[in-house]
Design a protein around this ligand. Structure first.
Ligand SMILES: C[S@@+](CC[C@H](N)C(=O)[O-])C[C@H]1O[C@@H](n2cnc3c(N)ncnc32)[C@H](O)[C@@H]1O
Length: 329
């Protein structure tokens, strides 16, 4: 059933169908990154899918597609699964048998209380690999600053001289990326992920040209992030309506590159970079000269240098608002 031609003909496409049937046609060890954001079994209103199964039934179904994700991922690749903690503990105990645990990334994004619970304030992203030879790149994010006075919130005390000019290395707790709340950035989909969340995962785990597969692509966040970061993608969704929205947005998406390096930007600010790209990227920024200044001044793309870049806002009809930065020829 597995077939190299099927793999090649699926690249940079969204396939309509059941993810299990589609993934079963993809050869072992052939995908660089698999990312899944399945229905959470929380009775959400999808077009084409009932999000209300018995616990055993839901977990057994999830194990089937988790198995396929691990099987098709390359030994150098990464496997990411996004869900609420309630389900991730089941997934983790299964994945521990067939892959190697790297991290539980806590994505601090407020959820809604379900009654008699602590306020659910984080989602988890399980991060697994298949061998010790996995691709991994150190990633930096912007310093967290006071919204009014712009001072860095963390106190670096006597270590200010060691502060990186862009920002700290990314930890396993992500607090700087928010769920899409604004209507104008939403599609007609109950649980769309922010593109820059996926961009961070891709910058961390794979290279330009690598293949990223998402078995539950919805309205296309993973494919858009892949295209913006110069990766190839394969998306799967059961719902033709979501696929239609995804395809339109993918068509309108352009790469985000600064000084030859892929970087993740949101609403005009570069928010995630690869550590190894900083020497090239820094040429495009206004950087305060002393650590004391850096502590109170945001690092921004330099006004002068901005003239060398083409800025564009891609407003995809009534859906998402993206910010793309691309080097001028
Ligand atoms: C949580 S949403 C994914 C949202 C996506 N990450 C985004 O940002 O748009 C889950 C998706 O899985 C799709 N789905 C449900 N069952 C499926 C199946 N068996 N095979 C493929 N897709 C399925 C639904 O149509 C829905 O779009």
């Amino acid at each position: 059933m597995q077939n190299k031609d099927f793999l090649h003909s699926s690249i940079n496409k969204i396939i309509q169908g059941d993810c299990l049937e589609v993934m079963r046609q993809i050869p072992d060890d052939s995908i660089d990154v698999t990312f899944a954001d399945p229905p959470f079994n929380l009775k959400k209103k999808y077009n084409n899918y009932s999000d209300k199964r018995q616990v055993d039934e839901y977990v057994a179904w999830c194990q089937k597609w988790l198995y396929e994700m691990v099987r098709i991922t390359k030994p150098t690749g990464s496997i990411f699964v996004h869900n609420i903690p309630k389900w991730l503990i089941y997934f983790g105990s299964y994945l521990n048998e067939i892959a190697i645990f790297r991290h539980w990334i806590a994505w601090d994004a407020m959820g809604s209380p379900l009654g008699r619970t602590l306020l659910p304030n984080h989602y988890g992203i399980l991060y697994y690999v298949k061998s010790d030879d996995f691709k991994f790149f150190d990633i930096r994010l912007l310093y967290k600053r006071c919204r009014k006075c712009k001072y860095i919130l963390q106190d670096y005390g006597g270590k200010k001289n060691q502060m990186h000019q862009f920002g700290p290395l990314v930890s396993d707790v992500w607090t700087d990326i928010h769920r899409i709340r604004h209507k104008k950035r939403r599609d007609e989909h109950p649980c769309q992920l922010p593109i820059h969340l996926l961009e961070r995962l891709l910058l961390m785990s794979c290279d330009e040209g690598d293949i990223v597969l998402d078995p539950f692509i919805g309205t296309g966040a993973t494919a858009i992030a892949a295209k913006k970061m110069g990766r190839r993608f394969i998306g799967i969704d059961i719902d033709p309506k979501y696929i239609q929205i995804a395809e339109r947005k993918i068509e309108e998406t352009e790469q985000t590159k600064i000084n030859g390096c892929f970087a993740s930007a949101f609403l005009g600010k570069v928010i995630t970079i690869r550590e190894k790209d900083w020497e090239k990227l820094k040429e495009a920024f206004y950087i305060p000269e002393t650590p004391l200044e850096l502590e109170k001044t945001e690092i921004l793309l330099d006004q002068e240098k901005r003239r060398h870049f083409k800025y564009e806002i891609l407003n995809t009809s009534k859906s998402s608002l993206f910010f793309g930065i691309e080097e001028k020829e």
